[in-house]
Design a protein. Structure first.
Length: 476
């Protein structure tokens, strides 16, 4: 789900930005959703079939004395729900960590050498996408019958377990290829090279962020404010672990060297995410600023077309309300653009697209379609970066909304944007509620607190590595 490489809850920004007319558009297409929802409900039931089979076998199993074992009690629905949430987070973390480590391995050995590992990773990603899709439907109330919902949760559990199994099976091959138990020399050199390159970019990214703030205002860069400092925090941690890896290697303590190296690689990967997020936002803001005038013109044309049209499916009063709302939004945006004061062009495009989408004959076509894609892509990428670098605290609901945003981006960028904004809000809320589990000035000065927040260090201090939930904390 990483783009490179905000359960529904109240979302102030999404609710404020999304016009009430969009809800009516959703209602008008409810009939079109009946068949897909039925299909999804059936798929959820099929996905939970393994759970039913296990339950039936347990009911008929006998004890060594030949006495049938008592029927196994099904776990309460709330318990199964929590299990599905926990496993979704674990599987998502495993996929993200595996992807990061595999990038280092591929850079060293080439694509052919990691082909089987990439295949396992792709299989795990497929299982995880299916699990997230089932979770999104479950959160939306589909299916609605109690037994079917239990089966859906069991299916999510099964998908996550299968994703982890595939990664765990491939972990031995990755370990063998890396050969870290014999020494981390070349791998350590590659990590140090990437570390130095990122260290050289931090000053330029700081200057870029200052320029973007002056040009577009603090609100436009709020989502990446502080990213430069967080990148430096990860690099401080990487410095410590790279030194420890080299020292351990000099003492032929290769197991310890491998642990330190993997922790350093994780920190380097997350530092790159922070820095690239600032650079990408600069590109997106520039593209959005150039597109705003054309988007305003395109929106005005759609409003004019809607005024000439008397669509049978939309009552005249509702159509007029939508037109009035869109006119008001465009007026506010024009005032922002012509005032000479800094403004957020991505947010301006978002407001234009959301206001006119209920009126547009083809919301994903023309200049408004291009604007919707730009805004949706930026929101998805920003949410994904935040989850990736704060995954030690982000829960299942935020990740589920993000996965749904990724799925919808190619076909419905307006909906993808709204889901990505919600995912980011939920993830930030998770981080605030999580607080700071690592106490002590030394842990913060050394970057350990950030490494824990980022999921680089697991419980017990092990470094996350390629593999599923059972193997990603191995100490080799």
């Amino acid at each position: 789900m990483t783009i490179e490489h905000r359960a529904p809850v109240a979302d102030g920004r999404a609710q404020a930005a999304a016009p009430s007319a969009a809800q009516e558009k959703d209602e008008s297409s409810a009939a079109d959703l009946v068949l897909p929802l039925v299909v999804v409900a059936a798929a959820a039931a099929v996905a939970g079939y393994a759970y039913v089979r296990r339950t039936r076998r347990a009911r008929t199993r006998t004890t060594p004395g030949g006495v049938p074992a008592p029927p196994a009690a099904s776990p309460p629905l709330a318990e199964l729900d929590e299990q599905a949430r926990v496993l979704l987070v674990a599987a998502d973390d495993s996929v993200r960590t595996s992807r990061e480590e595999l990038a280092f391995v591929e850079a060293r050995y080439g694509g052919n050498a990691v082909a089987s590992s990439v295949l396992a990773l792709r299989g795990a990603e497929t299982e995880l996408r299916a699990a997230f899709r089932m979770r999104q439907q479950y959160d939306d109330g589909v299916p609605d019958e109690a037994t079917a919902r239990r089966h859906a949760l069991a299916g999510i559990v099964g998908r996550c377990e299968e994703a982890g199994r595939q990664l765990d099976e491939a972990a031995a091959g990755v370990d063998q290829l890396r050969g870290l138990e014999q020494g981390a020399g070349e791998a350590l050199g590659l990590a140090e090279t990437r570390f130095r390159a990122l260290t050289g970019r931090t000053r330029a990214v700081d200057a870029l962020l200052a320029d973007l703030t002056a040009r577009y205002g603090p609100a436009a860069v709020a989502e990446v404010t502080g990213y430069g400092e967080q990148a430096k925090d990860r690099l401080v941690f990487a410095t410590l672990r790279l030194n420890q890896a080299r020292q351990a290697g000099d003492l032929a303590a290769h197991d310890r060297a491998a642990l330190h190296l993997r922790a350093a690689e994780g920190a380097v990967a997350q530092a790159a995410v922070f820095l690239h997020a600032v650079e990408r936002l600069g590109t997106d803001l520039s593209a959005a600023a150039a597109l705003v005038p054309a988007a305003l013109t395109g929106a005005e044309a759609e409003i004019a077309r809607a005024q000439r049209s008397a669509r049978a499916q939309v009552p005249v009063g509702e159509l007029r309300a939508r037109i009035v709302h869109a006119d008001n939004v465009l007026a506010f945006v024009r005032d922002e653009v012509t005032s000479g004061a800094p403004y957020d062009p991505l947010d301006a495009l978002r407001r234009i697209v959301r206001a006119v989408a209920p009126l547009a004959a083809e919301p994903t076509a023309g200049v408004l379609g291009a604007a919707a894609v730009l805004v949706g892509r930026a929101a998805v990428a920003g949410a994904d970066d935040f989850v990736a670098t704060h995954r030690g605290a982000v829960g299942a609901t935020a990740r589920t909304r993000l996965a749904e945003a990724v799925r919808l981006l190619p076909v419905d960028p307006v909906a993808a944007d709204a889901l990505a904004v919600a995912a980011r809000d939920l993830a930030e809320q998770d981080v605030r509620m999580h607080g700071n589990p690592v106490a002590g000035a030394a842990e913060h000065e050394s970057g350990v607190a950030g490494a824990v927040l980022g999921g680089i260090l697991l419980d017990g201090g092990a470094a996350a590595s390629f593999g599923g939930p059972h193997g990603r904390g191995r100490r080799v």
